[in-house]
Design a protein around this ligand. Structure first.
Ligand code: ZN
Length: 293
C-alpha cells in the first residue's frame, strides 16, 4: 500500500507511457496487485495453509477446494466470491461478512464453532448440520427465514435485522446472549432460554412479553417494543434495563397518554416495592425520563 502511494505521488516516476489514462491504468494494476489475496497471487501451499485471510480481495471469485487443512477462513467483503467449497471440513471459524454473491453455507462444515455470515443478502438458510456452532452471527440477512433448532450448543446468537425471521428455536437452551433487535416478525422469546444473561430485543413491534423464566438476565434492552406491557418481576439479577419507547411508560405509541401515565405510575410504584428494585441500580433512570414524572 505504501509503495502504491509512493508511486502515485512521485512526479518523475518512470511509467511505460506518460499518457494520463495509461498512467492511471498502470497505477490501478499495481494497486490491484497490492490488495489481491494470496490465492489470486498464487502464493500459497494448500498442504500447509491452515488460516486464510483474503478479506477485501476484489478479484477472488472462488476459494480452492484443495485447502482441506484450513481451520480459519476470513473472506469478508469479497464482492465477487460466489461460494465456499464444501471440502473445507476442518474449518472451525468462518467469516463471510458482506459477501453479496454467496447463496449458501455448505452443510459439510460440521466442525464450525463460529460462523459470521453478516450482511449476506442472498443467504436463505443456515445448515442444520452445524451442530457444533457456539456463536452464530447472521445479522442483516434479508432472506433468512429461520434458525435451525439443531444448534443446541449456541451460546451467542446475533440475528439482528432479519426481517423474515419469525421465531427463535426453544431448543437453544445454552444461549447466554441473544441479540434479536430489529426483527419485525418476531413474536416471542422462548421461555426455555433460562441461561440468558443478555437479551437485546429492541424494535420488535410484535413482541408481546419477556418470559418470567429468564431469571439469569443481567442486561435487558427492550426499547421501542410497543406491545410489551410489563417486565417480569422475577428478573432479579437485572442490573441494566433499557425500556424507553414502550407504551406502558411512554405515550408515543398510544394516544391515551393519561392512561399510560397512570399505568406507569402504578407499575413504578409496584417496581419500587418489588424485589427487582435493589438490583436496578445503574439504568433505572431510563424508566423515568420518558414521561417526566
Ligand atoms: Zn484474491
Amino acid at each position: 500500500m505504501i509503495l502504491f502511494f509512493q508511486l502515485l505521488f512521485l512526479p518523475n516516476c518512470e511509467v511505460p507511457n506518460p499518457d494520463r489514462n495509461l498512467k492511471m491504468k498502470f497505477f490501478s494494476e499495481i494497486f490491484e496487485k497490492i490488495i489481491m489475496c494470496i490465492i489470486c497471487r498464487n502464493e500459497y501451499d494448500p498442504e500447509t495453509l491452515t488460516k486464510l485471510d483474503c478479506r477485501y480481495c476484489p478479484k477472488l471469485t472462488s476459494i480452492p477446494n484443495t485447502l482441506v487443512n484450513l481451520t480459519s477462513l476470513n473472506c469478508s467483503s469479497c464482492p465477487n466470491l460466489t461460494s465456499i467449497p464444501d471440502t473445507l471440513v476442518n474449518l472451525t471459524k468462518l467469516d463471510c461478512y458482506n459477501c453479496p454473491k454467496i447463496t449458501s453455507i455448505p452443510k459439510t462444515l460440521v466442525n464450525l464453532t463460529e460462523l459470521y455470515c453478516v450482511s449476506c443478502p442472498k443467504l436463505t438458510s443456515i445448515p442444520d448440520t452445524l451442530v457444533n456452532l457456539t456463536g452464530l452471527y447472521c445479522v442483516s440477512c434479508p432472506k433468512l427465514t429461520s434458525i435451525p433448532n439443531t444448534l443446541v450448543n449456541l451460546t451467542v446468537l446475533n440475528c439482528r435485522n432479519c426481517p423474515k425471521l419469525t421465531s427463535i428455536p426453544e431448543t437453544l437452551v445454552n444461549l447466554a446472549k441473544l441479540f434479536c433487535w430489529d426483527c419485525p416478525k418476531l413474536t416471542s422469546i422462548p421461555d426455555t432460554l433460562v441461561n440468558l444473561t443478555k437479551l437485546d430485543c429492541r424494535n420488535c413491534p410484535k413482541l408481546t412479553s419477556i418470559p418470567d423464566t429468564l431469571v439469569n438476565l443481567t442486561k435487558l434492552d427492550c426499547r421501542n417494543c410497543p406491545k410489551l406491557t410489563s417486565i417480569p418481576d422475577t428478573l432479579v439479577n437485572l442490573t441494566e434495563l433499557e425500556c424507553s419507547g414502550c407504551p406502558w411508560i411512554n405515550s408515543s405509541h398510544n394516544s391515551d397518554y393519561e392512561e399510560n401515565v397512570k399505568k406507569f405510575k402504578e407499575d413504578y410504584d409496584s417496581l419500587l416495592s418489588s424485589t427487582l428494585y435493589p438490583f436496578l441500580t445503574r439504568k433505572i433512570v431510563k424508566f423515568l425520563i420518558p414521561i417526566e414524572i
